[in-house]
Design a protein around this ligand. Structure first.
Ligand code: SAM
Length: 233
C-alpha cells in the first residue's frame, strides 16, 4: 500500500489496540484519516478534525456524513464529528480532554518557532493521554528517485532521526510524556540503516495528575477555532 495509507493504518491499529474515546486529528486536510477512523470506530465517541486551511477542509467534509447503512445498523453508541478551521499554534479550550491527538505529516509544514508553540499547545495545554506525530525522515531522502531538496515545496524542514528524537525527548521532559519511535516505509537490504521513510513518535502522558477528564467533564465551547461542520450520529 502507498505510504500515506500505511500512516493511516498505523493510527487505525493504535486505535484498535488502545480504544481512545475522543480523538482529534490536527492538520487533517481533506479528512481522509477521519473518514477511515469513522469506518473503524472501535468505540470512538468524538472525532474532531482541525486544519488552518478551510478550503481543503470544506472540499471533502461531506464524506463524513452518515450513510444510510449507519442508520440501518446503529453501531457502537453515539458518535459526534466536528471540523474546525484553526491553527495548532493557538490554544483552543474545546481541544482539551482528548485521549488521542494525531499529527500526521503536519509539523514539517510549520516554521521552527511555530513548532515550539505547537509543542506547548499540544503537550502543555491540550495535554491529551497520547499523541502520535509523523514526519519525513530526512535520512531516507537519498533513496527517493529524482528528489532534490525537500519532499514537498511547502515543507519548512525535514528532520533526521536524531533531530526528531532530540525534539521529542525535550517535549517529554518539559511536559511529562514518554515516547517510543517507530515508522512506516522500510528501506531494503544495504539501505536498512537509514531508517523508515516516515518517522513516527508515539507519546504517552506519564501521570494522570491533572486529568482533563476523559468522558465526564463538560466540554468547553470553541472560542478561537471556527466550527465548520458538525454531525451527530
Ligand atoms: N494529515 C493529512 C494527511 O496525512 O492526509 C495531511 C497533512 S498536509 C501534508 C498538512 C496540513 O497541515 C495541510 O492541510 C495544512 O493546511 C495544515 N496546516 C499547516 N499549518 C497548520 C497550522 N498552523 N494549523 C493547522 N493546520 C495546519
Amino acid at each position: 500500500p502507498p505510504l500515506y495509507m500505511q500512516r493511516y493504518q498505523f493510527v487505525i491499529d493504535y486505535v484498535q489496540a488502545y480504544r481512545p474515546r475522543k480523538v482529534i486529528d490536527l492538520g487533517c486536510a481533506e479528512c481522509r484519516l477521519l473518514k477511515k477512523l469513522k469506518f473503524h470506530r472501535n468505540g470512538i465517541q468524538l472525532l474532531v478534525g482541525v486544519d488552518i486551511n478551510s478550503v481543503v477542509l470544506l472540499k471533502r467534509m461531506h464524506a463524513l456524513a452518515p450513510l444510510v447503512s449507519d442508520y440501518l445498523q446503529p453501531s457502537d453508541g453515539p458518535l459526534t464529528i466536528e471540523l474546525y478551521q484553526g491553527s495548532v499554534t493557538e490554544r483552543e479550550p474545546c481541544t482539551r480532554g482528548f485521549d488521542l491527538v494525531t499529527c500526521v505529516e503536519l509539523i514539517e509544514h510549520l516554521e521552527l518557532e511555530d513548532v515550539e508553540s505547537f509543542s506547548d499547545v499540544v503537550f502543555g495545554y491540550m495535554a491529551p493521554g497520547a499523541v502520535i506525530v509523523s514526519t519525513p525522515n530526512a535520512e531516507f531522502n537519498p533513496l527517493l528517485p529524482g528528489l532534490k531538496g525537500f519532499r514537498d515545496c511547502d515543507h519548512k524542514f525535514e528532520w533526521t532521526r536524531d533531530e526528531f528524537q532530540t525534539w521529542a525527548h525535550r517535549v517529554c521532559r518539559e511536559y511529562g510524556y514518554s515516547v517510543q519511535f517507530t515508522g512506516v516505509g522500510e528501506a531494503l537490504g544495504p539501505w536498512r540503516d537509514v531508517g523508515f521513510c516516515t518517522q513516527i513518535g508515539v507519546f504517552q502522558r506519564n501521570f494522570d495528575g491533572i486529568n482533563w477528564s476523559m468522558s465526564n467533564a463538560e466540554r468547553l465551547e470553541p472560542s478561537v477555532y471556527k466550527l465548520l461542520y458538525k454531525v451527530v450520529y
